[in-house]
Ligand binder design. Structure first.
Ligand SMILES: CC(C)(COP(=O)(O)OP(=O)(O)OC[C@H]1O[C@@H](n2cnc3c(N)ncnc32)[C@H](O)[C@@H]1OP(=O)(O)O)[C@@H](O)C(=O)NCCC(=O)NCCS
Length: 207
């Protein structure tokens, strides 16, 4: 079971930066994000949506929208990266991850608003996901992508992932990485809070 306190998800938010130094807020999606999330997916290019979902969709179908918003259900989580545009918090990227406890692995998929491609947002988000994976106790992190998705393949390579065949689908390639994190290198709220709660559970030496 994950250590997240689902009644207070805001505490797991993180501040990231684009390559140019612009601030991004990464937080769990909330019920109030429904319209904005659909707007985000509708605004992606057809190609980006296809690469993200391995099929042609114009927006999140009802069932998938429900899954995206159900943070913590079956150890699945959705985060959005937002920035302030004209005073409004706007989603510029999203990632969904699932903890597979039996194998101590974390599976993820992500996308970035086409207007923000090439700004280092996915690179920063990937690092953040590694930290979130470590906080959940995962030892490996992996994702799947279409073999034709050179951008994702190049991003994964640069981020230190290795490639293996997908077990069931020849059109996909799996990229995976062992999580090696030293606490000082992983400044994400999930990690800090998980470490604090482990500390609180440990019986004190004087007891
Ligand atoms: C794949 C994706 C997430 C990359 O996001 P991004 O924020 O633009 O990526 P970054 O800016 O962090 O770039 C990281 C690396 O990706 C590669 N990359 C980025 N844009 C690229 C492009 N147009 N062509 C080839 N490689 C590219 C480069 O290696 C880049 O590193 P560099 O800038 O040092 O050269 C984005 O293209 C996207 O949302 N695609 C649609 C959804 C998708 O494909 N998801 C993956 C499957 S789950």
């Amino acid at each position: 079971m994950s250590t997240y306190r689902l009644e207070d998800l805001a505490q797991y938010s993180d501040r990231l930066r684009t390559r140019q130094g612009e601030a991004l807020n990464v937080r769990f999606v909330e019920p109030g994000d429904t319209d904005e999330l659909q707007h985000y997916f509708r605004s992606l290019s057809t190609r980006s949506r296809y690469n993200r979902f391995f099929g042609a969709i114009s927006e999140l179908p009802k069932g998938l929208l429900h899954d995206f918003l159900a943070v913590g259900e079956r150890e699945r989580f959705t985060v959005v990266a937002t920035r302030a545009v004209d005073g409004f918090e706007t989603i510029v990227a999203e990632a969904r991850y699932a903890l597979h406890e039996e194998t101590s692995t974390l599976e993820f998929g992500l996308s970035v608003d086409d207007r923000w491609h090439g700004h280092g947002i996915a690179t920063a988000l990937l690092k953040n996901l590694e930290c979130r994976a470590a906080a959940l106790g995962a030892q490996h992190i992996f994702g799947d992508t279409l073999r034709s998705n050179q951008t994702m393949i190049s991003l994964a390579r640069k981020s230190g992932f290795a490639f293996v065949n997908h077990p069931d689908d020849w059109k996909l390639v799996r990229f995976e990485k062992e999580i090696h994190v030293a606490p000082k290198d992983i400044p994400c709220a999930s990690w800090r809070l998980a470490a604090l709660s482990r500390q609180a559970e440990r019986p004190s030496a004087s007891a």
